[in-house]
Ligand binder design. Structure first.
Ligand code: HEM
Length: 406
């Protein structure tokens, strides 16, 4: 299948509903060369697993990925940015990857996340005040974004006075860089903010080194100390958490609420039996994931799914497509919160499996617990769209919902 067959992977309408396209690719061209991006697109679970596990495909791809997005020039800001980003765990292969992973996982053990539950419940309550007062809110701006950002700010124990600036940076750094967005403006703001934020975190790390606490930054520092191979990593991995944990959580919170609004029978079932909450979270992660794909750089000519992949090509494994594979999930397009055996690929496959998975699940769980105290949810007639979505981050950019009392 070639580009001339009309496969659209770039428009807003694709991001609004990518699943028919994924279905077409999976059945007709499961290893598809997408000419506009000069990359391969995988839509079968087995091929995506091979991509994640084969040494022919590398995560050491910061320069190629950032360069491909037009984020790197010859200027000092670009060099500075590349030096930072290429050290993130996301961009490492073994054995360096395992070393960094050990450092970050200490803060993300199931018990560390569970201990955070009461704090998260109170974040959700605070954020929901506006919705309670007004009986209506934009789920993205008034609910999901503040929950995602405050969660990270609390995990870092950021001083209250720094939070407005921090929130501003986090949003700036992660301005959606997808369809329908002024990319030149986005690119320069990402470079500037990346620099300012790392400078802030460097300062924060020094303060915590002098006066450690129980927070995630202090844990990263403790892991770094005494291990010369990890020098400087507390700053970089803190930075990475903001990059990896903000838009993703925002989108997953929003996508879950939207999925339930679009499936009122399932929403009623959840209201009637809150024990279905876990099922609702997993089904939303499968059916409406915040992330569509993982990607790797081919570092040696190889074969994947019967197709020759030359060295130097990017390959995108569409995890969101494998989540709809009928051979794995009966009636895959059905949103069913009672589904069992829901082994979706939303958090990735193999050694890079998302360390934030338990945190996101907890965020969505606490959000649902609070929102289900409203007896009704209703769409407000304001349209929403998927401008800014991309292969990495998918979600509506606003979602106006009313919560009438009766
Ligand atoms: C629904 C929300 C989220 C989704 C769908 C998601 C998805 C993913 C996926 C697919 C990967 C693997 C990438 C790859 O294989 O190249 C990943 C890695 C990662 N995620 Fe998440 N993520 C989410 C939320 C979070 C949160 C809240 C955090 C932290 C606060 C986080 C931190 C990370 C980090 C640090 C990595 C890199 C891990 C590594 O390379 O070993 N993520 N995530």
């Amino acid at each position: 299948m070639s580009a001339s067959t009309g496969i659209d992977l770039m428009s807003e309408s694709f991001f609004a509903n990518p699943f028919p396209t994924f279905e077409r690719l999976r059945t007709q061209a499961p290893v598809y060369f997408f000419e506009p991006y000069q990359c391969f697109i995988l839509t079968r679970g087995a091929d995506i697993e091979a991509l994640a596990k084969s040494p022919h495909f590398s995560s050491r791809r910061a320069q190629e990925l950032l360069g491909g997005l037009g984020l790197l020039g010859e200027d000092a800001a670009s060099k500075d940015m590349l030096a930072t980003w290429s050290r993130l765990v996301f961009f490492q292969d073994p054995p360096r990857h395992a070393l960094l992973r050990q450092l970050i996982m200490k803060g993300f053990t199931p018990s560390a996340i569970e201990r955070f539950r009461p704090q998260l419940a109170s974040i959700v309550e605070r954020v929901l005040e506006k919705g309670r007062r007004q009986g209506e809110m934009d789920v993205v701006a008034d609910f999901a974004e503040p929950i995602a950002l405050t969660t990270i700010a609390e995990m870092f124990a950021l001083p209250q006075v720094d939070r407005p600036q921090f929130m501003h940076w986090a949003k700036d750094l992660l301005k959606p860089a997808g369809v329908g967005v002024n990319t030149d403006e986005v690119r320069s703001s990402i470079r500037r903010t990346s620099h300012d934020m790392v400078a802030y975190l460097r300062d924060l790390v020094e303060k915590r080194r002098a006066a450690p606490g129980e927070d995630l930054v202090s844990q990263f520092i403790a892991g770094e100390e005494g291990n010369p191979q990890l020098a400087g990593e507390a700053v970089l991995q803190s930075f990475q958490m903001i990059g990896a944990g903000f838009i993703t959580s925002t989108n997953q919170l929003t996508n879950t609420i939207l999925a339930l609004l679009n499936h009122p029978v399932q929403l009623s079932a959840l209201r009637a039996d809150p024990r279905l909450t876990r099922g609702a979270i997993e089904e939303s992660l499968r059916h409406e994931p915040a992330t569509l794909s993982i990607n790797r750089l081919c570092v040696e000519d190889t074969e994947l799914g019967g197709t020759h992949i030359p060295k130097g090509r990017f390959v995108y494994g569409m995890t969101a497509a494998s989540n709809r594979d009928p051979e794995v999930f009966p009636h895959p397009d059905r949103f069913d919160i009672t589904r069992t055996h829901n082994r979706h690929a939303t958090f990735g496959v193999g050694v890079h499996y998302c360390p934030g998975a338990s945190l996101v699940r907890l965020e969505v769980e606490e959000a649902l617990r609070a929102l289900l105290t409203f007896p009704h949810w209703e769409f407000v007639g304001k349209p929403y769209n998927y401008q800014g979505s991309n292969f990495q981050d998918r979600g509506p950019n606003s979602l106006h919902v009313r919560f009438p009392r009766t």
